[in-house]
Ligand binder design. Structure first.
Ligand SMILES: Cc1ncc(COP(=O)(O)O)c(C=O)c1O
Length: 374
């Protein structure tokens, strides 16, 4: 039997046709035709004024921090449960990441913990729409407004999710997305930055292009900056995927429903939450196991792997990983963040590839129930 992959895309002839066209025609004067279409369609879909295609989401966060003027000595708050890409760019600009606890239900940034972490040095917060879900953005936005803190919404995992009718990525000063190969909409590697602010957008246009003003004199750089661009082939792939976004999202929701149905008889587990007002897109179907089973995430993953099923661990708290071993903030977070340290050791991401069929999900659930109750 073939191994069940943990993630993977859904590519059709449309994607192949667009990429073929890009590789054939998007050169010389036409080099940007797919970027323009992809960015315009993306901004419309999210409901924002500006969108900029980038090589990945990490560079989008880096540019957002630079454009917001975050600098050495500033503090930026991130949830303790996320991929390191949410926090690494804070160090790129010589600022300090502060690791706030997560909410028990959504697994995203806890508004209370966010507020408790604020100091006079706090300049920005990066709420993360974890695994396709969303945090209590009303409270986070209100706290950020009161303390004059900028919001970079990390919607890398949540394209298409909604919070009270607004699309993920549109709730902060800047929103960022990833199109990595594991994501619902993929360009292989890729990312997008969105904003309603003309000032931020204009600043980012210069920062991402080696300090050149758009349409300026050739090779006349006004500052030393970065080279963060997406290729036409990737933009073409992204556009084709975006034109199929409803189909991609419905499949993800359907797959989650199948998991829910097949795992209904297993007590002592928690799956991704969809609180009132939030539309979860279930990028990664995630299960938290009651401690009564006496199984941690590593043991559970090993047992599934032995049976041909690939999974991923719930993010280890950032404050627990070697990269932040010597960080004073990580030290404080390890003592403070009870929720993330209570959930992360007992949680895994189940296979969530777009190719998974109902039959495969039924088989995965049967195996899961077996290994948990073993
Ligand atoms: C929450 C989160 N933020 C940021 C990123 C970074 O995305 P990329 O790999 O496109 O830089 C990811 C991607 O995996 C992510 O899951």
């Amino acid at each position: 039997m073939q191994r069940i992959p943990v993630a993977g895309p859904w590519i059709t002839q449309k994607e192949i046709d667009y990429v073929t066209d890009a590789v054939t025609n998007a050169w010389y004067g036409n080099a940007n035709i797919y970027h323009e279409r992809f960015e315009k369609a993306f901004a419309e879909y999210i409901g924002v004024k500006y969108a900029m295609a980038l090589p990945n989401c990490t560079s989008a966060i880096h540019l957002a921090l630079l454009a917001l003027g975050i600098k050495e000595g500033d503090e930026v708050i991130v949830p303790d449960a996320t991929w390191i890409a949410s926090s690494a760019p804070i160090s790129y600009v010589s600022a300090n990441p502060v690791f706030a606890d997560i909410d028990k239900q959504t697994w995203c940034l806890s508004a209370d913990s966010f507020e408790a972490c604020i100091t006079p040095k706090t300049r920005a917060v990066i709420p993360v729409d974890l695994y396709g879900g969303m945090p209590d953005m009303d409270s986070i936005r209100e706290i950020a407004r009161q303390y004059n803190i900028a919001i970079i919404e990390d919607a890398a995992e949540a394209l298409g999710a909604e919070y009270k009718g607004k699309r993920a990525g549109s709730l902060g000063d800047v929103g960022v997305f990833s199109f990595h190969g594991s994501k619902t909409l993929t360009t292989g590697e890729g990312g997008m930055l969105v904003t309603d602010s003309e000032d931020i957008f204009k600043r980012i246009q210069v920062l991402r292009d080696h300090g050149r003003q758009p349409g300026d004199r050739m090779f006349w750089n006004t500052e030393v900056a970065y080279k963060y661009k997406m290729s036409s082939m990737q933009a073409a792939l992204g556009l084709a995927q975006l034109e199929r976004i409803n189909e991609l999202l419905s499949r993800k929701r359907q797959q989650f429903e199948w998991y829910k149905e097949y795992l209904a008889k297993l007590d002592g587990i928690t799956l991704n939450a969809e609180p009132e007002g939030i539309q979860n897109v279930y990028w990664m179907v995630t299960i938290v196991l009651d401690t009564k089973y006496g199984l941690n995430k590593t043991q559970l993953m090993e047992r599934l792997s032995q049976r041909g099923i690939d999974t991923r661990p719930f993010f280890h708290p950032l404050s627990s990983i070697p990269a932040y071993e010597h960080s004073e903030q990580a030290h404080l977070a390890r003592k403070r963040n009870k929720i993330v340290y209570g959930i992360s050791p007992y949680a895994i991401n189940l296979p969530s590839a777009l190719s998974l069929t109902k039959k495969e999900i039924s088989a995965i659930c049967a195996t899961l129930i077996n290994v948990i109750q073993d």
